[in-house]
Design a protein around this ligand. Structure first.
Ligand SMILES: *Cc1c(COP(=O)(O)O)cnc(C)c1O
Length: 408
């Protein structure tokens, strides 16, 4: 059967109406929503209210009047269903890096007789750096151990206190088997922390079903919360009793406005709060999450897979073919496609010059995010055609395309 035309796929797309929830620049094909999600229209409106009315007019009374104080909980309640979290087990606070620190501290304290943090070689650097920092801070000979994806199960020995994994790899888009690796960690007596930065809002995640202990994730990628949006943290119900983390800030106190001399942790995930929440960016994330209203994550994944297949077909139809790094098996990948080329940076710059925005990752990866909420099949097809044109013409081969910017 011939592959349906992109136009027909768009006409039949049950998610097609969602694109209208976003403010997208004309004529641009945005394949970087895995790095910075596009702007939902609801955010523009909300920013006007939160800045103009809540801050500008109601000023400090907004902490009560507009319930700013519980915003971290309300935003968390919108994220919970996207990641299969039990009600009340998610909090929105700080950045992913900081949340990793807090949760590693919690997990290491629960497994104080063990000294190994196991993670994947090739995990996102901040995860590994923070693990290294906490290992040093522990001052008791803790160690960060790296294993390749294939060797993770075997490396999960009884020395391991915490397995810390990112479900979807940021470079390749490969997805780890969360239920199996979680089971393996528990068999070895270890705890597990899942980083969902490239999973939340991209693929169906079921933390509760997998039996995950802890998780973190990012607000500005697939969740579209805006640059530097706050992150989230998940703690499974069995770890919530007596939860304590080292960033004992006043808003993680049981009664912050008692201004008591001694710290008493708030109950449950509220103990993960530290300082004052960034109300502007948290409000943006709150409004952005409405783009997921009524959206079934299985439908999102199905469309991402169809977009992936369409892109692959187009790329493979054009010589010279690029090496596709992302697993072909749908269950083994997230929502991106990574291609390898020795001059990946320059190729990406020439795509951007042609109105196709993706990004480059070291050392030789062209990374293209597939975000089904606002991408049309026609966009993905056109992007693949432009990639083919750029490769055939060699227009990427220019000195100015090879000069690296500060942020790549
Ligand atoms: C994007 C990303 C981060 C980002 O962390 P920040 O603290 O928000 O800068 C962390 N881990 C992974 C796996 C990511 O993909």
């Amino acid at each position: 059967m011939p592959f349906p035309d992109a136009k027909i796929l768009d006409q039949r797309d049950p998610l097609a109406h969602l694109r209208d929830r976003f403010a997208l620049p004309d004529g641009l094909i945005y394949l970087d929503g895995n790095s910075l999600g596009a702007l939902p229209k609801s955010v523009v409106e909300r920013m006007q209210t939160v800045v103009g009315t809540e801050w500008g007019h109601d000023l400090i009374t907004s902490w009560n009047k507009h319930d700013w104080i519980d915003l971290p909980r309300r935003v968390a309640a919108k994220i919970a269903p996207l990641i299969g979290a039990e009600p009340g087990s998610v909090i929105v606070a700080d950045s992913t890096s900081v949340n990793i620190f807090k949760l590693l501290a919690v997990a290491l304290a629960e497994r104080s007789e063990r000294k190994v943090i196991l993670t994947e070689q090739g995990n996102f650097p901040t995860d590994v750096y923070v693990a290294g920092g906490i290992a040093r801070l522990m001052g008791r000979g803790h160690e960060v151990r790296l294993a390749t994806a294939d060797a993770l199960a075997e490396a999960t020995t009884e020395e391991v206190a915490v397995v810390m994994l990112t479900e979807v790899n940021y470079r390749t888009g490969a997805r780890l088997d969360m239920p199996a690796l979680t089971r393996r960690a528990h068999e070895a007596g270890a705890l597990i922390i899942w980083d969902l930065c490239h999973s939340a809002g991209a693929v169906p995640v079921d933390l509760a079903a997998a039996g995950a202990d802890f998780a973190v994730g990012c607000g500005y990628k697939f969740l579209n919360g805006g640059p530097g949006a706050p992150a989230f943290a998940y703690v499974a119900p069995q770890h919530q009793g007596g939860l304590r983390q080292p960033l004992q800030g006043w808003l993680g106190h049981e009664a912050p406005f008692e201004f008591a001399p001694d710290y008493r942790p708030a109950e449950g995930v509220d103990a993960l709060r530290a300082g004052t929440p960034p109300i502007l960016s948290m409000s943006a994330l709150d409004a952005a999450l409405d783009a997921y209203d009524g959206v079934d994550m299985h439908a999102v994944k199905a469309k991402a897979d169809a977009l992936f297949d369409l892109f692959v077909r187009e790329v493979e139809a054009q010589p010279p073919s690029l090496e596709i790094l992302t697993p072909r098996e749908a269950e083994r990948r997230g929502s991106q496609i990574s291609l390898r080329h020795p001059e990946a940076y320059a190729v990406m710059q020439s795509l951007i010059a042609r109105g196709v925005i993706g990004d480059f990752r070291q050392p030789d990866i062209i990374r293209l995010g597939l975000t089904p909420l606002y991408l049309r099949y026609a966009d993905v097809q056109r992007a693949a055609e432009i990639l083919g044109e750029v490769m055939r013409s060699g227009e990427w081969d220019r000195a100015d395309y090879k000069r690296r910017a500060k942020v790549v």
